[in-house]
Design a protein around this ligand. Structure first.
Ligand SMILES: Nc1ncnc2c1ncn2[C@@H]1O[C@H](COP(=O)(O)OP(=O)(O)OP(=O)(O)O)[C@@H](O)[C@H]1O
Ligand SMILES: [Mg+2]
Length: 236
């Protein structure tokens, strides 16, 4: 993994094979600094595989293409992955030295001020995910990867968490790549929505282009195009 001088996150010709199955097949992708991108794709299309490669968590991907990520990468998974034997604040600043004050600030940003000394199992699922978000933020990532981070939460909590993620993104401006299966949430949240299919980026839409009014007008159109790319018949 190499740093790119322009701050751009760049994937070129990424190929990942499991057995005789090519999950990623010469995939190209660029993510601009400070851009919020949502990634859609059928189950098994390779979304998590792509995120693992971007996070540098897949050593076997090295031979198949290049991945350039400048600076720190943080990942938020579907489960919070907190250490149960550590309280909330140590979980947030895990592996960092002298980061207690920043850890407290991050917890306040996700609405958990005052819960620093709680144990993970004293928190709800949504609260645990907020701790995971704080843990990501405190590292000031240039790239925040989120793999269906709120998929296990109820619909209402998920909507609130997505709004929180968007707010945090606007304050900290990392590049965000959010895997979600919800087309409407992707359109509502992201500057750019991608569909992964057959090992490549098969469709791209920019719901935010033209401001909020244009976003509302074209929502249905964009939704239809994305659903078509996902192999779902629109309008049903
Ligand atoms: N370690 C592995 N060994 C073998 N096959 C794997 C491995 N990891 C992933 N795969 C296969 O690669 C394909 C893509 O998996 P991946 O987890 O990236 O899909 P996904 O798009 O994230 O799906 P979902 O939406 O269900 O999370 C799947 O067919 C999966 O079975
Ligand atoms: Mg996945």
């Amino acid at each position: 993994m190499a740093a790119h001088p322009g701050g751009l996150i760049r994937v070129k010709g990424l190929t990942r094979v499991y057995g005789d199955r090519k999950v990623l097949d010469g995939l190209d992708l660029e993510l601009a600094p400070g851009e919020f991108t949502a990634l859609l794709g059928r189950s098994g299309s390779g979304k998590s595989t792509l995120l693992r490669a971007l996070a540098g968590l897949d050593p076997d991907v090295a031979g198949g293409g290049t991945v350039e990520v400048p600076g720190e990468v943080s990942v938020v998974f579907q489960d919070a992955r907190l250490l149960p034997w550590q309280r909330v604040l140590p979980n947030v600043v895990l592996g960092l030295r002298g980061a207690e004050r920043r850890g407290r600030e991050s917890l306040a940003e996700v609405g958990l001020a005052g819960r620093e000394r709680a144990w993970p199992n004293e928190l709800s699922g949504g609260e645990q995910q907020r701790v995971a978000l704080a843990r990501s933020l405190v590292r000031e990532p240039r790239l925040l990867l989120a793999d269906e981070p709120f998929g296990a939460l109820d619909a209402l909590t998920r909507i609130k968490m997505h709004a929180l993620l968007r707010r945090l993104f606007e304050q900290h401006r990392p590049a965000v790549l959010l895997v979600t299966h919800d087309v409407d949430e992707a359109i509502a949240l992201a500057d750019r929505v991608l569909v992964l299919d057959e090992g490549r980026i098969a469709a791209e839409q920019r719901p935010g282009a033209g401001g909020p009014e244009a976003r509302a007008e074209t929502h249905a159109e964009i939704r239809a195009r994305l659903l078509t790319a996902l192999g779902v018949t629109a309008g049903v």
